[in-house]
Write a protein that binds this ligand. Structure first.
Ligand code: SF4
Length: 530
């Protein structure tokens, strides 16, 4: 059986006209999708979707990929789960209007079909094509008046926190959770129950549904808490030894290998590698890149601001300032610096970098090599530079930095040459005798004032110069549209990630971005028609 093609009829039936007539105030996108479904899922795009099945020759489905892709869009628009989507397709007139499923007595697709389709979309990166497709449609939409828009794009990038879907646990629960996964997997391979295997391996505590209840100590007593971690580590050692001995042939095979690797990762990050006397104890401080959830390996601690923390991801977008269209998306673990989002967005962009005339950034992106490359290539980079406070002493901005001559001049007129990415020190004898010393440095008399010259100093200087003028500040304020766009995305998608892992959440961000783009096209068309 070949992959079926979605061929919904174009003419509006009387019933459909009635439903469209009701969609004037809310649910407007349903009506838009009904009118545009032939364009969005034209023959060429449906062939691309079908190629996901032809690639392996496997998994031929009885449901047209075009129809399932439209369901993915509707789910993002309405927030419907797979189970709800199945029901909406046979009970909700608005879904039926878009999916062409009116009058059907049986569901057009199942939950399993939807899940498998989503996995296939992700595996073939077709969620990216779905977002691109909305941009292609916008480019064919005369209402945008492309002739009046700049030929080269003005792109703004920014990010927002996405709280992870996995459970975040403390060290004891995290280790016990990972051990329970090993135990359950080993029990399945041994064709027994976890409780029986735990008894056999001498780790009864790990079969308990709450490790803290099983340890049964006074958690506010430091000595008891220390002994609890020792007991837990003994149980972990025993379990691992049993598995390696009894299931030697399976330890390198999935899924057991993955569960063992998770347990090893958590032990390495949360336990002191060199405890005094060899007695296990929890590591002091936080390990770099610490995993915070057993169920979601990609979630990390992140910061919304200096004081506000969250666990999960950061989702980045790149948008065209002049059309409001989202062009690219990226999702990263929350602990990764902003600048790492830029290459991901660059790879996601369906347009070459030389088509970008201006790039509006948040200062977190300044350190990106891509941003620097754009500035070097003569593109305009617009953003706030880093502030340079220095307490009661002269800030860096009090020094004259001549990038061309690579000379820095201090407030007392003393000069030093520099290289980018280095820290220079003024001559100690100059600083010692300087009448401005008290306002410049509190260092020892045999030390001169130090100034760090950043690798991206030329760009920072340019940004500083720009925001010093009213025209420059007004130009910078154009960036606010990306913040509004992120707020729209947050309202649609919610503050929490729907899925586990960066890739699935990237899919979710992309499909919500596609919906926002479609709403933008609809709005522009409405405005042009008014
Ligand atoms: S203390 Fe040194 S660096 Fe600072 S103004 Fe005086 S001479 Fe210049």
């Amino acid at each position: 059986m070949g992959t079926p093609r979605w061929s919904p009829h174009e003419e509006l039936s009387k019933q459909e006209q009635f439903v469209v007539g009701r969609l004037k105030r809310t649910g407007k996108l349903f009506a838009f999708l009904r009118s545009q479904r032939h364009v969005l899922f034209d023959e060429a795009f449906q062939r691309e979707l079908e190629s996901m099945y032809r690639a392996t020759g496997e998994g031929k489905v009885p449901v047209a990929p075009g129809l399932l892709a439209m369901v993915v869009v509707l789910q993002a628009y309405t927030g419907a789960s797979d189970a709800e989507a199945v029901e909406h397709a046979i009970l909700d007139a608005r879904w039926q209007l878009v999916l062409d499923t009116a009058g059907r007595k049986r569901p057009a697709f199942s939950q399993g079909t939807l899940q498998a389709f989503r996995e296939r979309l992700v595996a073939h990166d077709m969620d990216r094509r779905l977002l691109e497709r909305t941009i292609e449609i916008a480019r064919q939409t005369a209402a945008f008046d492309w002739k009046k828009l700049p030929r080269q794009l003005r792109v703004a990038i920014d990010s927002r926190p996405l709280v992870g879907a996995g459970r975040v646990e403390d060290t004891i629960n995290l280790l016990a959770h990972a051990a329970r996964k090993v135990l359950s997997c080993a029990a399945e391979l041994s064709e027994t129950s976890p409780a029986r295997l735990a008894a056999k391996a001498g780790v009864p505590m790990l079969a308990h549904k709450s490790i803290k209840a099983a340890l049964d100590i006074e958690w506010s007593a430091p000595a008891q808490k220390s002994s609890a971690i020792v007991t837990l580590v003994e149980q972990l050692d025993r379990l691992e030894a049993w598995v390696r001995r009894e299931l030697a042939g399976e330890i390198d095979e999935l899924p057991l290998s993955e569960h063992l690797a998770t347990l090893a990762q958590l032990r390495a990050q949360d336990l002191d590698p060199e405890p005094p006397g060899g007695t296990p104890r929890i590591r002091k401080g936080v390990a770099e890149d610490r995993r915070v959830s057993v169920e979601d390996p990609d979630m990390r601690h992140g910061r919304k601001s200096k004081s506000k923390r969250f666990n999960g991801f950061k989702s980045h977008i790149a948008m065209d300032i002049d059309t409001d269209l989202i062009l690219a998306c990226a999702v990263m673990p929350a602990n990764r610096p902003e600048e790492e989002g830029v290459p991901l967005l660059r790879d996601d962009l369906a347009i070459p970098a030389h088509d970008i005339r201006e790039l509006f950034i948040d200062r977190g992106y300044i350190a990106s090599a891509d941003v620097q490359a754009m500035a070097d290539a003569g593109r305009s980079v617009v953003g706030k530079p880093w502030a340079q406070p220095n307490g009661r002493f002269f800030p860096k901005s009090a020094f004259l930095i001549d990038i061309r001559r690579k000379v820095i001049t201090c407030p007392n007129g003393k000069q030093r040459t520099f290289e980018l990415g280095t820290t220079i020190q003024f001559t100690p004898s100059d600083c010692r005798q300087c009448p401005k010393r008290s306002g410049c440095t509190a260092g020892a008399l045999d030390h001169g004032r130090q100034v760090r010259i950043a690798p991206d100093e030329p760009l920072q200087q340019k940004l500083r110069k720009e925001i010093a003028s009213p025209a420059g500040r007004e130009h910078l304020r154009e960036r606010v549209v990306v913040e509004h766009r992120l707020a729209h995305l947050a309202r649609k998608q919610g503050p929490r990630a729907r899925y586990r892992g960066t890739r699935k959440n990237l899919f979710d961000v992309r499909r919500h971005a596609a919906v926002l783009n479609l709403e933008t096209i609809q709005r522009v068309e409405e405005r042009a028609a008014a």
